[in-house]
Design a protein around this ligand. Structure first.
Ligand SMILES: Nc1nc2c(c(=O)[nH]1)N[C@H]1C(S)=C(S)[C@@H](COP(=O)(O)O)O[C@H]1N2
Ligand SMILES: [Mo]
Length: 214
């Protein structure tokens, strides 16, 4: 078990010290690797230390809040939606990046077309089975490379990485990509999630080195 208060105070100390900050920003169009990152070949596991076992029977996903049509899915219902493949890089605030990950899942845009956000909807708050939350703006979620993924490199996403279904927002630091997601809430106002309340940046753009809250 992870000592959660120790984990939080470590991250807050990093934030205070500006750990890993290079002071440079970069352009994602020309610099594939964001500043301060290094490439890895494996896929590290990072979370709060509880890795819930979400069997297909236990799986449930709601898309609700500021939407015209609240949605509820069983795993079979989610799998019956249009499935797409995507290849993208991922970037973790702990300074590893991994290129060319092959994903399969349901695109954020497919979900948004079904749920129909109300005009007032501006933010998205993700809730997960382990109690984790994280938040992005709706325009950050409404991107062609954002998915609910259930396969990585042709295999089901394993439990440690948030299987059976996790969020993937590849152009933000990976803490914005909730594992074991069970609710996607659209909201008119922002609500910082777990790490956003504990020293991490609300926006989380790796090319702007938005690691910590200023
Ligand atoms: N549900 C949930 N999602 C989560 C987390 C978590 O603790 N719980 N940790 C976040 C953090 S801090 C990171 S860096 C990534 C790590 O994803 P990975 O373990 O698949 O590499 O998941 C994010 N999503
Ligand atoms: Mo993280």
């Amino acid at each position: 078990m992870v000592d959660l208060s120790k984990l939080i105070s470590t991250k807050q100390a990093w934030a205070k010290a500006g750990r890993l900050l290079t002071g440079k920003s970069a352009d994602p169009e020309t610099d594939r690797l964001p500043p301060g990152q290094r490439l890895v070949k494996d896929w590290p596991v990072l979370d709060l230390g509880v890795q819930p076992e979400i069997t297909p029977e236990k799986f449930s996903l709601d898309v609700n809040g500021a939407v015209e049509r609240p949605l509820h899915f069983t795993l079979a219902q989610l799998m019956a939606l249009p499935q797409e493949e995507s290849v993208s890089d991922m970037h973790c605030v702990t300074a590893w990046s991994r290129y060319d990950n092959a994903w399969r899942g349901v695109s954020a845009r497919t979900l948004l077309e079904l749920a129909k956000p109300l005009p007032a909807a501006r933010h998205v708050i993700f809730h997960a089975h382990d109690g984790y939350t994280t938040n992005v703006r709706l325009d950050q979620f409404d991107q062609p490379d954002v998915f609910l993924v259930h396969q990585w490199e042709g295999q089901p996403i394993d439990r440690r990485h948030g299987g059976p279904v996790r969020v993937l927002i590849p152009r933000l630091y990976l803490w914005k990509s909730a594992k074991w997601v069970n609710r996607i809430e659209l909201a008119s106002s922002d609500r910082p999630g777990f790490w956003e309340r504990n020293g991490y940046n609300n926006n989380a753009d790796p090319w702007l080195e938005e690691r910590y809250d200023d």
